[in-house]
Design a protein around this ligand. Sequence first.
Ligand SMILES: Cc1ncc(COP(=O)(O)O)c(C=O)c1O
Length: 363
Amino acid sequence: MVFKELLNFRLKDISYKRVLSSMCTVPHPLAVKAHIMFLETNLGDPGIFVGTWELERELIKMLGKLLHNEKAAGYICSGGTEANIQGIRAARNLKRAKKPNIVIPKSAHFSFEKIGDLLAVEIRRVGLDEEYRVDVGEVEKAIDENTVAIVGIAGTTELGQVDPIDELSKIAIEKDVPLHVDAAFGGLVLPFLERKIPFDFELEGVTSITLDPHKMGMATIPAGGILFRDESFLKLLEVETPYLTTKYQFTLTGTRPGTGVASSYAVLKGLGFEGMKRIVKKCMENTNYLVEKMGEIGYEPVIEPIMNVVAFKTERAEKIKEELYKRGWVISTIREPKAIRMVVMPHVTKEMIDEFVEELKKI
Ligand SMILES: Cc1ncc(COP(=O)(O)O)c(C=O)c1O
């Protein structure tokens, strides 16, 4: 039977019960139910999937509201990589420089390497301060007449750190350069934290934001998100689509699933702001628990965790990661400083942390 064959492959995958490295998680039951309802939808042809298209507009409105901008425009895409590509593509098309460059922090995700290659923009990586936030002085110095965008990260992949987006916003306004905020991870964490850290459209200079429901939004994969300050940015991405039910398309991919839209909507609407707050609170409690347990065996965090991403200093990072992998556990490492890194997603429980620490002690 083909399903037995499929199951054999699937069983080779590592269960989330042993995964501390991923920014994705087990989808929420609400997401799974919604996903199944929308299995055959294709948002590449919105004239056919009229209801799914309307649902996507509702979801964007909901996310816009969360990000302090009811006029926000955008769509649900394949993930943070596509969202970052589209954010920078719109900025590049807006400014149209001869030799375009973008200024990004050293801590930016590797998707920006792809962006440099795909969009033929020069990537100017600038340094960080001692807390691993972008050095705004360096950003200012790196900007010139060919700079088409500056980028700030709200929830860095390696440390969960948030760049001073308010200061970047001031620079963006002063220099008249679009500011793209990569909140792929932090976009669905920061609004639900007790401590308020400004990062979104509330700041005048912010023109676009990446925010992925398939990370902390517990939606089914794929569900990334790109939001722009207003609809005019979508126009910069449009191409004509002569043989479809609609005339223009601003998305990067043609055929694209409605499942991510439905599953993201189901989770956010179903749980509401308070429900999301409870989930983020639990993740933060578990992050602090992990820090405490790691402290007991001599590991110190690189920075005090801002969100549910934490790295612990060790010169043996690579070796530890390999040893754990052999034992069925998945963590990751960061390069600067040498450290092991964990992401405390909703599937990570205190029991799982206890088991993990016991395993780590043996290495
Ligand atoms: C900050 C940030 N941006 C972008 C991405 C890329 O997202 P995706 O893997 O969904 O393309 C990630 C992935 O972890 C990320 O952490």
